[in-house]
Design a protein around this ligand. Structure first.
Ligand SMILES: *[C@@H]1O[C@H](CO)[C@@H](O)[C@H](O)[C@H]1NC(C)=O
Ligand SMILES: *[C@@H]1O[C@H](CO)[C@@H](O)[C@H](O)[C@H]1NC(C)=O
Ligand SMILES: *[C@@H]1O[C@H](CO)[C@@H](O)[C@H](O)[C@H]1NC(C)=O
Ligand SMILES: *[C@@H]1O[C@H](CO)[C@@H](O)[C@H](O)[C@H]1NC(C)=O
Ligand SMILES: *[C@@H]1O[C@H](CO)[C@@H](O)[C@H](O)[C@H]1NC(C)=O
Ligand SMILES: *[C@@H]1O[C@H](CO)[C@@H](O)[C@H](O)[C@H]1NC(C)=O
Ligand SMILES: *[C@@H]1O[C@H](CO)[C@@H](O)[C@H](O)[C@H]1NC(C)=O
Ligand SMILES: *[C@@H]1O[C@H](CO)[C@@H](O)[C@H](O)[C@H]1NC(C)=O
Ligand SMILES: *[C@@H]1O[C@H](CO)[C@@H](O)[C@H](O)[C@H]1NC(C)=O
Length: 496
């Protein structure tokens, strides 16, 4: 037991000798590296001192060093004030934004440009973005949309809608607009884009507008779009509307509008878009938090661009007027391969909804919901096939949408009145719906709260509350326990 010690000590000495030799060899062979490191260190200290002096100078001249340093994300970075911007909440900055964007549009081949919006309130009329551009909103920077609608340009209707959503003819453009772009980032230290929608909502309700209201941010026919780390609020209409885009990411964004009296202020409306990720967001608005769309009746069928491959996860959403996550009702180009997971819907009218109508055509299929929590929600899961809002009378009643291959795994929560309401019809039956691991706390303990009509599918394992009789029952092992009596029974009661 004592003997191993000297051996160990010897080995330790040997190791030390080896280490010394190795360090000497390392230093001599990396002399240049050390010289470079030394110069870098010296320069850093020098620059740091200069910065401190600059800081002292700033505070001496009465200004304070405000906020976090802005990261440089492009080869070239500009400050909105370089283009004459004034952030006093009164001066109109449209020309400053347009000149900045025009400068950045010339830098595409050299890595693009970043436009920094410093703290302040930057009133502006609508302006366009350009490719290879980063719009960076500092902490306490707020872009304010001008409320005078005469300052908002008109644009032709979206081809897949045929008309403006609210009025025939042209529609207002968006506050921040882009089309045929590539590689656009809107980010910041939680700065805000504020549409000041109050005047629009009021005029809409008083029927004083002749054209469809404009979204807050609309990007069309574009790819590689990122919106992150900012707040979007009080949009006149839908908040973020990516239209016929590919590769769109929305991450860590807060979207706000009043939960009442802010009509059509959807949070995010992916419309004929492919490869979309929406994650880590908080959305509380006056309409759907998210609504996946793909065009309206005959116009959407003719345009023929689906929304597909969409991942929505880690969201907290609230909608007192409509639903947390919707698909439709405009879905005439088709919607498929949508996954919604780790979703909390709180104090809302509906949690997740699929809505369509005869005349839409198209399809809704391969929709996967996982780990949904409903907290104080009136109706949890809703499917509705008679959402009869049409662009005009020329829609084809025989264009029947296909609704199928929809699964729910893990639905929890409390304070839910009607956990499920699936209302298919003879013309538009809902096929192949699967429920697994459902346990929802109820506020209204009566029968007929798992409501169905013209739906085919199954429940697997134990489900609370007890499912409707339209569905087949399977045990956890996947064996059929009880086949449904009939799939066309209708037990839907909108009065509960
Ligand atoms: C932009 O310019 C303003 C005024 O000159 C200054 O206060 C602010 O710190 C600048 N911001 C950035 C990000 O450069
Ligand atoms: C912004 O884009 C729209 C649509 O392409 C265009 O009509 C408008 O002229 C553009 N505005 C500016 C200032 O470039
Ligand atoms: C989300 O954005 C905020 C505000 O910009 C930032 O402080 C925070 O680090 C971001 N969180 C993540 C996970 O990116
Ligand atoms: C960003 O600002 C919004 C609105 O002021 C706020 O609700 C949210 O919590 C902020 N997000 C972060 C990550 O600080
Ligand atoms: C999607 O866009 C991001 C951000 O611009 C980019 O980094 C990524 O490479 C794009 N993905 C594909 C598959 O093009
Ligand atoms: C968002 O903020 C996080 C945390 O600060 C940062 O890692 C990420 O790069 C930011 N995203 C963008 C697009 O600026
Ligand atoms: C389920 O979603 C909730 C948020 O609603 C999250 O906190 C939880 O971690 C998720 N569970 C799993 C297993 O991912
Ligand atoms: C039913 O839908 C699931 C997805 O929820 C899909 O994997 C399965 O293939 C579908 N079954 C049939 C018979 O189409
Ligand atoms: C349901 O289907 C059965 C058998 O196919 C049929 O007899 C019955 O009329 C149908 N009921 C309705 C409401 O369509």
């Amino acid at each position: 037991m004592v003997e191993p010690l000297p051996v160990g000590r010897f080995q330790l000495q040997q190791k030390r000798v080896k280490l010394k030799r190795w360090v000497a060899a390392f230093i001599s062979s990396h002399r240049t590296l050390f010289v470079v490191l030394w110069i870098v260190a010296f320069c850093s200290v020098f620059l740091w001192q200069r910065k401190s002096v600059a800081r002292a100078g700033l505070s001496l001249s009465g200004k304070t060093w405000s906020g976090r340093p802005v990261p440089k994300m492009r080869a070239f970075a500009f400050n909105l004030t370089d283009f004459g911007g004034v952030g006093d909440g009164v001066t109109v900055n449209t020309a400053a934004f347009e000149t900045a964007v025009s400068a950045i549009s010339k830098l595409g081949k050299s890595g693009g440009g970043q436009l920094n919006v410093p703290p302040g309130k930057w009133l502006t009329a609508p302006f366009n973005l350009t490719s290879h551009m980063t719009l960076f909103l500092a902490e306490d920077a707020e872009i304010l949309g001008i409320q005078d609608e005469n300052q908002w340009p008109l644009m032709p209707p979206l081809p897949s809608y045929g008309h403006g959503r609210e009025h025939h003819g042209p529609r207002y453009g968006s506050l921040i607009h882009g089309r045929n772009l590539k590689d656009v980032v809107i980010t910041g230290h939680n700065g805000t884009i504020n549409g000041q929608g109050q005047s629009w909502w009021k005029k809409y309700q008083q029927k004083l507008l002749d054209h469809t209201r404009g979204p807050l941010v609309q990007i069309m026919w574009s790819g590689d779009i990122v919106i992150a780390n900012i707040t979007l609020r009080d949009s006149p209409f839908w908040t973020f509307h990516p239209y016929d885009c590919k590769n769109v990411t929305v991450r860590n964004v807060t979207i706000l509008a009043p939960i009442h009296g802010a009509p059509n202020t959807d949070g995010i409306d992916p419309d004929s878009c492919e490869d979309v990720v929406i994650e880590d967001c908080y959305i509380s608005v006056g309409d759907d938090a998210i609504a996946i769309k793909s065009g309206w009746d005959q116009y959407g069928i003719a345009y023929g661009r689906p929304s597909r491959n969409i991942l929505i996860r880690n969201l907290i959403v609230r909608s007192m007027v409509s639903a947390g996550i919707s698909i439709g009702s405009e879905m005439s180009g088709g919607v498929s391969d949508v996954t919604v997971e780790n979703l909390l819907v709180w104090s809302s009218r509906r949690a997740v909804r699929i809505k369509t109508a005869a005349g839409r055509g198209g399809y809704i299929r391969q929709i996967t919901y996982r780990n949904l929590t409903f907290d104080n929600v009136r109706v949890g899961i809703v499917m509705k096939t008679d959402y009869n809002e049409h662009p005009d009378n020329d829609f084809d009643l025989k264009a029947l949408p296909i609704v199928k291959d929809i699964s729910f795994t893990g639905v929890y929560g409390q304070g839910v009145r009607v956990p499920v309401r699936i209302h298919g019809s003879e013309d538009i039956p809902i096929r192949n719906v699967t429920f697994r691991d459902i346990s929802v706390g109820l506020t209204y303990k009566k029968k007929h709260i798992f409501q169905c009509g013209f739906v085919q599918g199954r429940v697997i394992g134990t489900i609370f509350p007890a499912p409707c009789e339209n569905l087949d029952l399977y045990n956890e092992e996947g064996q059929l326990v009880k086949r449904s009596i009939a799939q066309n029974i209708t037990d839907v009661d909108y009065d509960i």
